[in-house]
Ligand binder design. Structure first.
Ligand code: HEM
Length: 129
């Protein structure tokens, strides 16, 4: 049968595409002054952050539910409570992700879709004025 309804996971390029997107996202967070505020909230090594975001987005985009299998229900808002996240932090996160997406091989139409979905999730993560 012809696949006519690919998942976001497939449109991002499966495991390889998602890995490279997330690696670029954290490389950007790690190296641009524009993201220094949120970089400081993260541990010294970003290895676990890379793995966790990869596992979460795998299931979220319609691929293997790796995060859920290992850690249970994501409860992302609750898990972000220890970190002070306002408009500035939200916008820094989105700046990194949007830049990583713009540099990726993902189709522009899919990039626009992802940007608006991430904007919603990042806004939901705010826990201070
Ligand atoms: C809005 C701005 C955000 C900030 C400042 C932020 C910051 C953080 C920090 C400091 C951590 C803990 C370190 C780590 O485990 O990596 C974390 C964990 C995590 N973040 Fe975010 N984050 C934001 C938005 C998002 C969004 C939009 C997503 C999903 C699309 C996301 C997904 C995750 C995941 C899956 C984890 C691991 C949770 C766990 O198992 O502990 N974050 N984030």
């Amino acid at each position: 049968m012809i696949e006519i309804n690919p998942s976001l996971y497939e449109l991002i390029g499966g495991e390889t595409g998602l890995r490279s997107l997330i690696d670029r996202f954290y490389d950007i967070m790690d190296s641009f002054p524009e993201a220094a505020g949120i970089r400081a909230l993260h541990p010294k090594s970003l290895n676990q952050s890379r793995d966790k975001l990869f596992m979460f987005l795998s299931g979220w985009s319609g691929g293997p539910a790796l995060y859920q299998q290992k850690y249970g229900p994501p409860k992302l808002r609750q898990r972000h409570m220890p970190f002070s996240i306002g408009v500035i932090e939200r916008d820094q996160w989105l700046w990194c992700m949007n830049k990583a997406l713009d540099e990726s091989q993902v189709h522009p139409v899919v990039i626009e879709q992802l940007k608006s979905r991430f904007a919603e999730i990042a806004d939901f993560m705010r826990n201070k004025e």
